[in-house]
Unconditional design. Structure first.
Length: 300
């Protein structure tokens, strides 16, 4: 299956990604599944990103330079306009894949009901060298909108999407978001009735480093989720099989974690007490009663 099967378009959006870019590209080239193309969208990088990418001679690596610098989700939409594949994968310029990543996912699309697939992944802290598994329970599959809303588990670096699942989405990614565009994207596909296929093994590595946006965006994530939820309620989609009632749990978790990261355990506990019994509530309470070293682990 390494050279047969559907073409996978790998979208890499890059802005000043020279530090990690080579390993990112090499991890695609090393895939056991070889029917792919890279759509590299250079968002007007000012470092050696273009030089590094263009040093590869593989014709499957396709370079595009943005006319102007844009926020991530608008830039992703530009890159998607250039794809040729039946399947689309996403990889940031500082993350990388395991060699069997694509081959373990492409086969899931033999089921015509599957519109997206995802898998487990490693989280590597570049400052400490600590590597941990992102998801510690079985990843669900099938029609699982409720589970996505109640406890979002999809790592964008593991995501593969069937192109026909997004053909009618305009825009594909909502450019008004800065943080939760990935979440909004996956929810829309699941809401449209597509199944999710899952891979239990870790198939990629997500890097956390000083330049990572993850450390800078906790409050903005909370604000965007609140705005997103309010918009859905205005549209009346909270009535979709009752699915959107599960979103409150995710919102409460994000707010509680933000309070914990700010050192406000009392406010975090107040929020946790309102949450139903589940992994989010257990995690918050465990952090509150555990030593500081545990909170440091979750922060990282």
């Amino acid at each position: 299956m390494g050279e047969t099967g559907p073409l996978v378009s790998v979208v890499i959006n890059c802005f000043n990604g020279e530090r990690y870019l080579k390993k990112t590209i090499d991890s695609v080239i090393a895939q056991s599944y070889q029917k792919w193309e890279i759509i590299f969208w250079d968002n007007q990088s000012q470092d050696r990103s273009a030089e590094i990418f263009l040093s590869y001679q593989d014709k499957r690596l396709k370079y595009y330079y943005a006319d102007q610098h844009e926020l991530l989700y608008k830039a992703r939409n530009r890159a998607i306009e250039k794809i040729s594949g039946e399947l689309i994968a996403f990889l940031d310029a500082d993350d990388f894949w395991e060699p069997n990543k694509l081959i373990s996912q492409v086969c899931l699309f033999d089921n015509p009901k599957v519109g997206i697939s995802c898998g487990n992944f490693w989280i590597k802290n570049e400052s400490t060298g600590v590597v941990k598994l992102a998801i510690r329970k079985k990843i669900p599959s099938g029609m699982i909108l409720n589970k996505i809303l109640a406890c979002y588990f999809v790592g964008m670096l593991t995501l593969v999407v069937r192109k026909t699942a997004i053909d009618k989405m305009e825009p594909v990614f909502d450019p008004t978001f800065e943080i939760i565009g990935d979440f909004d994207f996956v929810v829309k596909i699941a809401h449209n009735g597509w199944w999710i296929g899952s891979v239990q093994e870790p198939i990629a590595t997500y890097r956390v480093h000083n330049d990572s946006q993850t450390k800078k965006t906790n409050l903005l994530q909370e604000l965007e989720l609140k705005s997103w939820a309010a918009q859905k309620k205005e549209e009346g989609v909270h009535a979709w099989n009752g699915s959107y009632k599960y979103l409150d749990n995710t919102l409460n978790y994000v707010m509680a974690m933000n309070h914990l990261k700010s050192g406000n355990k009392i406010q975090a506990l107040k929020i946790a007490l309102k949450m139903p019994i589940g992994i989010y509530k257990i995690r918050i309470v465990a952090i509150i009663i555990a030593p500081t070293i545990v909170l440091s682990y979750f922060k990282n």
